[in-house]
Design a protein around this ligand. Structure first.
Ligand code: M6R
Length: 368
């Protein structure tokens, strides 16, 4: 049942190429336009959307953070991302032109369910992104996009996260198509890049031994930091959450630009810092990230850098380097998350922990 793997979590990490491919399947019409079958919102309803609020918890919340970058960039619609447990209590401003997107792998998370119930009392449309057919959240939503991860047994979400990312990219591209904020060939180009991702993840997984070795070298760590920028920031948060959940290790993710506003005081000699390096581009993101890495290194941190193939600037800054396939910055979470999952899984199993059933955690959190 675990396909020769020792843990469901590891099996699920290795299932990601298929899970991503399945989530992309059948999304294009013969003319190449994007179609979302279960999307029960009319084109007019989509054109009327002037604000999107994403609500989710835990790992699903980090998928929501990535979605914000994608939707704002492609659709030019303002997006807020809110933790389900906080949403109702801040008296959110909602009306019929607000689309609320609830992201939940299980479809049963109580905080998220209560949040969508509240949104519907305010006449907002609710769209669920969910991995579980017939679960409560999609049943109580106006529309749904199902992810096709297959059942996720490990309490720590892995393939669930990657397929949520795919679903939010599809949603963003679909809104862009209907609202006309992107040309058809731009949308087709991103679909093409998404369709290349499964093979790129496969290639990364083929190099898992590199990451495992690194993880085994860190079993005595007492604290690990993660840095990222832009879409790499939620990846840093997700990498830290995985380590907390299954290795019971103190881990924190930061936006690299925030370092100088406080967290840099945490850096001590030998502290491992995992850095998600954005692709080299025309903007300043890459250069700014390098200067952040340099800052922590100058204070004694040991840097483990995840950087794209062909990034020749990075080796000087990295104590360890994990190469990522070349993808655009918005899609980078789909590949950059994978080594962080492998790292957490190997470190935790090295410590002798049950990674499928971590202490104090449940697969779906049905209490508020
Ligand atoms: O089923 P959901 O996506 O609504 O669950 C949300 C969180 O409880 C979940 O992502 C949790 O953080 C996982 N244990 C993360 O690995």
């Amino acid at each position: 049942e675990k396909d020769g793997h020792d843990w469901f979590m590891r099996k699920e990490i290795f299932e990601q190429p298929r899970a991503v491919a399945d989530s992309l399947l059948g999304r294009r019409t013969r003319t190449g336009a994007l179609q979302l079958d279960e999307m029960r919102l009319s084109d007019q309803e989509i054109r009327d959307i002037d604000k999107i609020i994403i609500i989710a918890a835990g790992t699903s919340f980090y998928a929501g953070m990535v979605a914000k970058y994608a939707i704002e960039h492609w659709c030019r619609v303002p997006v807020e991302v809110e933790l389900s447990s906080e949403f109702r209590y801040r008296d959110p401003i909602l009306d019929f032109s607000t689309l609320v997107v609830a992201i939940s792998q299980s479809g049963e998370t109580a905080d998220t369910l209560q949040a969508i119930r509240h949104a519907r009392t305010q006449r907002s449309k609710v769209l669920a992104i969910c991995n579980t057919n017939g679960s409560t959240i999609p049943r109580e939503s106006d529309a749904v996009i199902y992810t096709h991860a297959g059942p996720e047994i490990g309490v720590a979400s892995t393939k669930g996260f990657l397929t949520q990312l795919v679903a939010t990219y599809l949603l963003a591209l679909y809104i862009a198509q209907v609202k006309g904020t992107r040309y058809g060939d731009e949308i087709a180009e991103v679909m093409h890049q998404l369709e290349a991702i499964p093979a790129q993840i496969e290639e990364l997984l083929g190099r898992c031994e590199e990451v495992y070795e690194l993880a085994r070298a860190h079993v005595t760590a007492t604290s690990v930091l993660f840095l990222g920028r832009h879409a790499g920031y939620p990846v840093a948060l997700e990498g830290a959450l995985k380590l907390k959940e299954i290795a019971y290790l103190h881990a924190e993710g930061f936006a690299a630009g925030e370092l100088k506003h406080g967290p840099i005081a945490l850096i001590t000699d030998g502290l491992p810092v995992l850095c998600v390096v954005p692709p080299q581009g025309r903007d300043q993101l890459h250069a700014k990230m390098l200067s952040g890495i340099q800052e922590v290194r100058a204070r004694g941190a040991r840097t483990i850098c995840l950087a794209e193939e062909g990034d020749e600037a990075i080796p000087r800054y990295a104590d360890h380097l994990i190469r990522l396939p070349k993808v655009p910055v918005l899609l980078q979470p789909l590949v950059a998350t994978v080594p962080l999952q492998l790292f957490a899984c190997e470190l935790a199993t090295g410590l002798g922990h049950d990674v499928d059933q971590p202490r104090n955690l449940a697969k779906s959190v049905t209490v508020e």
